[in-house]
Ligand binder design. Structure first.
Ligand code: GDP
Length: 503
């Protein structure tokens, strides 16, 4: 496949060598609303040139060539992402929207707007890409497309035929109704977006799937967003690199080069790249260029390069049965950040726990988290000897719950260890041992409980904060910079400029 042969790629601006590129489309929506059926219907009704038996290979994305009656659309290409739709893997789906230029939101006419519909809308809006609503299953007797319109309007989504801006097509994926119309709508939106790319720019794109092939090593499905990818190119992501030895189109046919919007399978990575990562490829590429690219794009993977964070960092080694689970766990972990503790994945890979995982856990040190994998019995002596923490889970939710609880305990401990200091500004009243004072927090967070009282940096006694108020309201804690009123129980006569320090 040679990019110069693409019929659709007319030159728009000669000077900048920009050419129209096919849109990359993500199909999203609630489970059972017909995403898979729609992707199948599109695949079948737009048989790719030269192909008779349909596409058997599944690589997470496919390309169609429009077989439209209209000259405007006939022969144009669209790439569809066929990303895993499992519930727990919502982040991969969200990433689907980030790779994508356009989303199709599928809503079943017999079921209406559901929680995952709203979730999908949110991730589409986060990705800032245009979308089309496909009201599906209109063949069903109980279908009520207008109810879908009403429910969407209740969620502030106003469709084009109801005076809004979001295009809508009523379809039946089962009976192939209006599928061509939907595809034309996608191209119309793509034209409005003026999707263009420059084939002479450096090659870059996104990894959408990766797996270990027994015979061929790490194999990734990637989508090219710019430039041309050739056999022999060096290829680099945040976590993996290699030299392109295998390049296949989505039908599994060997090719020598590919260009933007094309989904291709590639082999030659030394280790598995991760789903959602940006890649750069070319004769010469280096890590500095990738870092710059990631910083510009604020790519999800960029936080892997940003290792210097304040607070306590817990290193993790993640092992899982398949790359989808690995991705899901990594995304859960990335979201789990508390003020004083952050988790850092130092290594993640597929397969059972190995000797080198144990060594790495010892050297770093790191905790090991496994998902649906085993610990070979032969490693038990080393695990015990080196005192390695290993936690194995079968359910992602359990892993998330465990980590959350652990993090909170650690975070609380860290917080308790941080010094909190208040400077007394004024004393108001004294009744027995109870004194009412006003002060400003100079460090940390002041809470109820025991305090040390210092005068000119020397301890002059101890006391207990019984109550805290700010603007006449009771508060649980006062942060740095806040002025607050304090009811203090102590035998010491407090004066302005005394300091209260947590103990
Ligand atoms: P997904 O979970 O969104 O991928 O949903 P599927 O594509 O698996 O579809 C869920 C169910 O709805 C399947 O039984 C499909 O055959 C059925 N389905 C999908 N589209 C249509 C449609 O247009 N009409 C009817 N009657 N059934 C459909």
């Amino acid at each position: 496949m040679n990019y110069r042969n693409y019929r659709i790629m007319e030159k728009i601006e000669n000077k900048e060598n920009l050419i129209v590129r096919p849109p990359i489309v993500a199909v999203m929506g609630h489970i059972d609303h017909g995403k898979t059926k729609l992707l199948d219907a599109i695949r079948k009704s737009n048989v790719v040139e030269g192909e008779s038996g349909g596409i058997t290979q599944h690589i997470g994305a496919y390309e169609i060539i429009m077989d439209s009656e209209s000259d405007e659309y006939r022969g144009r290409k669209i790439t569809f992402l066929d990303t895993p739709g499992h519930e727990a893997f919502s982040k991969i789906r969200e990433r689907g929207a980030q790779v994508a230029d356009i989303a199709v939101l599928v809503v079943a006419a017999d079921d209406g707007v559901k929680p995952q519909t709203i979730e999908a809308i949110k991730s589409i809006e986060d990705a800032k890409i245009p979308y089309i609503v496909a009201i599906n299953k209109i063949d069903k007797p109980e279908a009520n497309p207008n109810q879908v319109r009403t429910q969407l309007a209740e969620n502030n989504i106003f469709l084009e035929d109801w005076g809004g801006k979001i295009p809508v097509v009523e379809i039946s994926a089962k009976e192939n109704t209006n599928i061509q119309h939907l595809l034309e709508m996608i191209l119309l939106v793509a034209d409005l977006e003026e999707l263009k790319s420059n084939p002479s720019l450096e090659t870059k794109g996104i990894v959408i799937e990766s797996k270990m092939d027994k015979n061929r090593g790490p194999i990734a499905t990637i989508i090219i967003k710019e430039g041309v990818l050739k056999i022999g190119d060096n290829i680099l992501t945040s976590t993996a690199e290699g030299k392109l030895k295998i390049l296949e189109n989505f039908k599994g046919e060997k090719i020598k080069e590919a260009t933007f919007s094309s989904p291709v399978s590639v082999g030659g990575f030394k280790k598995m790249p991760q789903v959602g990562e940006l890649f750069l490829a070319g004769e010469k590429i280096d890590r500095e260029l990738l870092k710059k690219e990631l910083a510009d794009k604020k790519d999800i993977s960029s936080d892997m390069l940003d290792l210097d964070k304040d607070g306590k960092i817990i290193n993790l080694i993640i092992k899982a049965d398949v790359s989808g689970s690995l991705e899901a766990i990594e995304n859960i972990i990335k979201k789990l950040k508390l003020e004083r503790v952050s988790l850092r994945i130092i290594n993640s890979s597929i397969g059972d726990i190995s000797n080198s995982d144990i060594q790495m856990a010892k050297d770093s040190p790191a905790w090991i988290f496994g998902f649906k994998i085993n610990i070979p019995k032969s490693l038990n002596p080393q695990i015990q000897e080196k005192n390695i923490h290993i936690h194995i889970f079968d359910i992602i939710y359990d892993l998330e719950k465990f980590l959350k609880e652990k993090l909170e305990i650690i975070s609380q401990k860290e917080e308790e260890m941080i010094k909190a200091e208040l400077r007394v500004l004024k004393t108001f009243s004294k009744q027995g041992k109870k004194q009412l004072i006003g002060g400003v927090v100079e460090e940390g967070k002041i809470k109820k409980g025991l305090v040390i009282i210092q005068r000119e940096e020397k301890e002059i006694g101890r006391g207990r904060i019984m109550g805290l108020q700010c603007h006449k309201k009771d508060i649980a804690e006062a942060e740095k910079g806040m002025e607050c009123g304090i009811l203090l129980e102590t035998a010491v006569d407090i004066s302005p400029d005394d300091h209260l320090i947590n103990s």
